[in-house]
Design a protein around this ligand. Sequence first.
Ligand code: ZN
Length: 385
Amino acid sequence: MLIIKNAFVVELDKVTNILIDDGKIKRIGDFSLEESSKVVDAKGMFVMPSFSDSHFHLRNPGQEYKQTYKEANDACLKGGYTDVVALANTNPVVDSVEVLNEVKSGTRELALDVYQVASVTKGLNGKDLVDFDELVKHTMIFSDDGKNVDDANVMREALKKSEELGFIIMDHSEPESEMVIRNIELVKEAGGNLHFCHVSKKESIEALIKAKDEGVKVTFEVTPHHLFSTDLDYRVNPPIATKADVASQIEAIKGGYVDSIGTDHAPHTEEDKKNGSPGIINIETAYSMIRKVFYENGVDMKTLVKLMSKWPAKLVGKERGIFEGAVADIVIASDEEYKIDKYSFVTRSKNTPFHGRDVKGKVLMTIAKGEIVYDNGELETKGDR
Ligand SMILES: [Zn+2]
């Protein structure tokens, strides 16, 4: 049994106590704090359902030199994440049941829940569709992320299968706005469930807002790094945005148009970065980056919970929240300011341009299915530990 007392629960907008037993939230409110229980004092802290990442690069199989399964697990839990959607651009590409099962066995022992995506085309070749009928028995999300599906006919056929079988396609549009606009048109024609990854440009956002207003069924995510910085020379895909682009992202968030924050956490070695590999690692600091940006732009904490936790959790079939009967997936965070220190990252890669930058809000504890899986030691805890 675990008790979190004096918790400011963001979605309830009040201070209360939470009783966790058998992996679930059993009681919220006033109850006797039994002596045998482990008690965590969360006074002055935010308590939220744990985060779920709609866009994560696990780097396995095949690229353990960028990040191991264990490092991915530890980095995510440290960042407050208990679920990730892992993209398919690994080596080999996740385009068969065999490779899907390899990831499944590699991640089985982790506290982190990995939802592995399969690719849309074989080997990300952009031409030959994977065997959707077979693969949907194992995953309901498909993506050629890392590459654009250039051929409109291939994309149209994939969308038709998505409509028929009910799976989701996560789209990496490049060049961004041009392909976002093309793919919205393809959804109008062919149907399907299309989620746009890492949308950053004003033109793309405007096209997506218009599509949503017209009732076209599309969803999209924005990233921590595109919101956090502007006009910076660091190779990511899509490139770091302009001030006008970020203003447009914020406006779309405030208007309720953005569905999720996807970190696009993409570990690379120093050498791979020198050779031009695009990507930033940010899973360990995503909350702190988003909290800072939202605080400065007047976006409330409930919106943060929706974008970082509730919606992306639903994407992988989970109902997340702080309510009685919910699975006890919980994060406790302070609102203190600190500087990003890439040398404190648990993942081996250090590819970030944000070392030394000020952020706000630190994850102090992560609870997955009722178990404390990350504890930085700053919270007062009493009991049988
Ligand atoms: Zn991408």
